[in-house]
Design a binder for this molecule. Structure first.
Ligand SMILES: CC(C)(COP(=O)(O)OP(=O)(O)OC[C@H]1O[C@@H](n2cnc3c(N)ncnc32)[C@H](O)[C@@H]1OP(=O)(O)O)[C@@H](O)C(=O)NCCC(=O)NCCS
Length: 215
């Protein structure tokens, strides 16, 4: 009996979304859509996060399986878009941040987002740049809302979200979480389309969709 033929999914890599800038200390940061071959870099990045940072982003996920890492690095760039921010250390590329959104299965005008910046690289504007990139792409692709869930014990993300113009509301099902959401506007300031109602009436489960599912 012949071996089953493997199935491959090939998606066009959106190279036009790559952005490079220099931090005040001279470090060059590259923000780029994730690639399948980033899987080991993502594994190293996740291992390097402090317990608190990991908990804030992944809310209790333990070790990541190969299948979960594959879900984070093999994406379609359309319904699931992920950026990694990388720096070069001793000629090797290291991931210092991960920001992603997943379009709502039912309400295609909304995407749920999450981000995490390595502890040593926080407070240098990398998160801001990453969310700006996610918002701009989402807007260009016709989405109207970006939304997320944040632990109510996460002042850094709540301050970040407030600074970036997200509205904060109570979570209907979990009082340890808050919802944040933002209407997507063009860089010139006009809202896209008309009558985009608040995404706040959506079902729960957003967080789960941004956590890699177990194998
Ligand atoms: C929240 C987080 C993503 C912010 O990323 P970052 O790259 O450090 O953010 P920036 O440097 O772009 O900060 C932008 C603004 O956010 C606010 N902010 C960010 N971190 C803050 C902190 N620790 N305390 C208070 N305000 C903070 C500030 O207003 C800051 O502007 P300023 O530095 O000019 O004062 C990062 O702290 C992180 O990864 N936390 C752990 C994971 C997490 O909580 N993810 C959110 C779950 S979706």
């Amino acid at each position: 009996m012949s071996a089953p033929t493997p199935t491959y999914y090939l998606f066009r890599y959106p190279a036009d979304l790559i952005d490079v800038w220099t931090l005040p200390d001279g470090t060059r940061v590259t923000l780029r859509p994730v690639l399948p071959q980033d899987q080991p870099l993502i594994a190293d990045f996740l291992k390097g996060l402090s317990r608190a940072t990991r908990q804030q982003r992944f809310r209790g996920v333990g070790a990541f399986s190969a299948s979960q890492l594959a879900q984070m690095s093999q994406i379609d760039y359309r319904y699931h878009l992920a950026f990694v921010a990388t720096i070069k250390e001793h000629e090797a590329e290291t991931i210092v941040a991960d920001a992603r959104y997943v379009v709502d299965d039912h309400e295609h005008a909304c995407a749920d987002f999450a981000l995490v910046v390595d502890d040593h690289w926080q407070r240098r504007g990398i998160g801001t740049r990453a969310v700006q990139a996610l918002s701009e792409v989402a807007h260009r692709r016709g989405l109207r809302w970006l939304r997320g869930e944040v632990g109510n014990d996460n002042p850094a993300m709540l301050a970040f979200a407030q600074q970036r113009g997200f509205l904060r509301t109570r979570h209907p099902d979990d009082d340890t979480l808050l919802r944040i959401e933002k209407p997507l506007v063009s860089p010139r300031g006009g809202k896209r389309g008309k009558g985009g109602k608040s995404a706040g009436s959506q079902r729960g489960g957003w967080l789960a969709r941004l956590l890699p599912q177990s194998a």
